[in-house]
Write a protein that binds this ligand. Structure first.
Ligand code: ADP
Ligand code: MG
Length: 661
């Protein structure tokens, strides 16, 4: 840091420029706009910069305000070498050190006067409550207490310029930079504004003012004349000799909260602020917002509906598959090559009882036998099995109940009649439960009547032409042998059928020392079903992804238009101290908000539509997973498609952004 020369105040000058050069590249050629500017402005000075149009005044001002960087030369701001500052530090310095007053006011049209004034406070982390209090105080001090809630289009030019002055004072920056502030005002309003600016100077602020009006320049203490990018004169005015009027109390400018208090909640405040601004921006363009959202709504709704249809058909398919017995394996005696089939016994059934995914093991012994009730005689299949039969098979009790483990243990002479057998023996349809019938002459007590689930009530189904007795009873009283004709194994899900089959084969081989049995499954059907399900799911997924993609591109498109349309706003925010990531966060928040809101509406719409959709026999079934999925997808779309426009916005050059139309 250089020792202050000349002034002898011991304090570093507000501005110290040495040999500042600025070149602009255009079309390969480089034009020198500033030709080595040397300038020293003490803290508390009131300086006017005058010169013809195009002489480089605004360029110089932009460099002073850290909006632009010089091509060469040295710039010390309050004793700090500016070239060492990172972009974020520059933004912070813009927010804290400077107050900008622009010729064209540059207020944000969607925000109220108080919000406009408070804007710079947001970027240095003043909590919103304090910000509002201070903004209102500043507006009242400028005689705009009644205009707090008005938006700029409702204000006159003079009022807008006063709002702009209040905004420049918001962060208590010590240096006021004003570029032709009276240029858009009539003489009376211009004089009024100059009076205020002089007042600020009296309060101790450093004022640097650009003008081409000699009358305005005469009100400064010092006038610097620039022609063709070089200072040609630098003189004190007559006013500087006049004694200063007594400074007005700084009571009109409310006190700022201390720095430490601001930083603490910065992160949370950033997010809240971004959310608030995003809501404002979306509200301001509500029809466009709605159109953007429509893409997301349709995308998300179609994902929800598609997946609901998929889920409905999957459930139906699964029901159908298990009704078709695809999740059932059958083990039967008999080797592939030899004619001498082995004998399956209960021991075999027990050996495979504890296989994972195998739910019910149902051994069966069956052959045709004669049933008799009083004078009615009927021949049908008598099936000896275990109580697991009723759990494994798709049957329902019409009357009474099925025999249980105690009957099995006790070799109880009980029988459950199939619907057909029941109707043959009891044509008058009397309740057979508790009646005694004969099977091959042996007495059995009827305990229930069973039918195929979903079958016809008249017992026409082949499966209803049957009489069921406990396995142990069958061995002891009817079949007089331990040969099991078939063991069926129910697997929890047909996808596990192969694994269970392999395990059964290896266990039985170990037990029997030879493969004298065969295992049957419905592999072909399972495979066919798996293929259909996969292609169905793929198709639905593809439709969903495409619709989300289309929605996302819509969001990106609108966000890009948004960035272009709001370039000037971005410039103003940057001048007010917004860092590049504040801008990025703001635009990203807007995109995410649109997508999330669209997501919520889309989910609701999708659920509503799913309620009405039936394809063939399948009803669409909404489950939680697709809701979370489409919601997640909406969020991701927002981030992905909002990212690029947001980045584009944040990378704008503040000077270019500000000077855009
Ligand atoms: P003043 O404010 O004194 O009217 P400016 O500083 O705005 O002048 O402009 C000085 C010169 O620099 C002008 O000739 C202008 O065309 C040129 N200039 C300003 N900004 C740019 C830029 N971004 N690129 C190229 N030339 C520029
Ligand atoms: Mg200019």
């Amino acid at each position: 840091m250089d020792a202050p020369d000349g002034a002898g105040t011991g304090k570093a000058p507000a501005i110290l420029l040495r040999g500042i050069v600025k070149d602009y590249e255009s079309g390969g050629a480089s034009t020198r706009i500033l030709h080595g500017i040397d300038l020293r402005i003490e803290s508390g000075e009131f300086v006017a910069i005058v010169g013809p149009s195009g002489s480089g005044k605004t360029t110089l001002m932009n460099i002073l305000g850290l909006m632009d960087s010089p091509t060469a030369g040295c710039f010390e701001l309050q004793g700090r070498d500016v070239s060492r500052l990172t972009p974020d530090q520059c933004a912070e310095a813009r927010g804290k050190t400077f107050g900008f007053i622009f010729q064209r006011y540059n207020l944000l049209t969607n925000e109220t006067a108080a919000e406009n004034v408070g804007l710079p406070g947001a970027y240095i982390g003043i909590p919103s409550g304090q910000r509002r209090v201070r903004a209102v105080g500043l507006l009242e001090g400028l005689g705009l207490g009644h205009r707090i809630a008005n938006r700029p289009p409702q204000l006159s030019g003079g009022e807008q310029q006063r709002v702009a002055v209040a905004r420049a004072l918001m962060n208590g920056g010590e240096i006021i930079l004003a570029d032709e502030p009276t240029g858009a005002l009539d003489t009376a309003r211009g004089e009024e504004l100059m009076a205020r600016i002089r007042g600020l100077h009296r309060q101790g602020l450093t004022v640097i003012l650009i003008t081409h009006d000699p009358g305005v320049a005469a009100q400064a203490d010092r006038v610097i004349r620039i022609v063709d990018g070089a200072i040609i004169s630098d003189q004190p005015t007559e006013r500087s000799a006049e004694p200063d009027e007594p400074p007005q109390g700084s009571g009109s400018v409310p006190v700022l909260p201390p720095d430490a208090e601001r930083g603490r909640i910065a992160l949370l405040a950033d997010a809240a602020e971004a959310l608030r601004m995003a809501l404002h921006a979306l509200q301001a363009n509500s029809f466009r917002t709605f159109l953007t959202m429509l893409g997301i709504i349709i995308g998300v709704a179609s994902v929800v509906v598609m997946l609901a249809i998929g889920e409905g058909s999957r459930r139906d398919m699964q029901k159908w598959m298990s009704r078709m017995g695809t999740n059932v394996l059958r083990i039967e005696p008999g080797a592939k090559m030899s004619a001498s089939g082995g004998i399956l016994t209960l021991q075999d059934a027990r050996a495979i009882a504890d296989i994972t995914h195998a739910q019910e093991i149902v051994p069966r012994v069956f052959s045709a036998r004669t049933l008799r009730y009083r004078d009615r005689i009927y021949a049908c299949t008598v099936l000896a099995t275990t109580p697991s039969f009723i759990r494994a098979e798709n049957r329902v009790m019409v009357r009474g109940g099925f025999f249980d483990e105690r009957d099995e243990e006790a070799k109880a002479p009980v029988v459950v009649l199939g619907m057909k057998a029941y109707l043959e023996l009891f044509p008058d349809r009397t309740d057979p439960v508790g009646k005694r019938i004969l099977i091959d002459g042996a007495p059995f007590l009827v305990v229930g009547v069973i039918t195929v689930s979903g079958g016809s009530a008249d017992g026409r189904d082949r499966e209803d032409d049957i009489a069921l007795i406990p396995l142990s009873t069958g061995e002891a009283r009817i079949f007089r042998s331990v040969r099991i004709n078939q063991i069926s194994v129910t697997v929890d899900d047909y996808v596990n059928v192969e694994a269970v089959q392999d395990e059964i084969r290896s266990r039985l081989n170990r037990l029997r020392q030879q493969e004298d049995f065969r295992i049957f499954n419905q592999a072909a059907m399972i495979e066919a079903n798996r293929n259909t399900q996969n292609s169905f799911r793929f198709l639905l997924g593809a439709v969903g992804v495409v619709s989300l993609l289309v929605g996302g591109i819509g969001v990106m498109n609108i966000m890009l238009v948004n960035v272009v349309e709001r370039t000037r706003e971005i410039g103003v925010r940057m001048a007010c101290g917004a860092r590049s990531r504040d801008i990025q966060l703001q635009f990203l928040t807007e995109a995410i908000l649109v997508c999330l809101l669209g997501g919520v509406i889309g989910v609701l719409l999708g659920m509503l539509v799913s309620g009405f959709v039936t394809i063939g026999e399948s009803k669409a079934v909404v489950t939680l997973a697709p809701i979370l999925l489409s919601f997640g997808a909406a969020f991701t779309t927002g981030v992905l498609f909002g990212f690029w426009p947001a980045r584009k916005a944040s990378r704008l050059d503040p000077v270019v952004a500000l000077s855009s139309e």
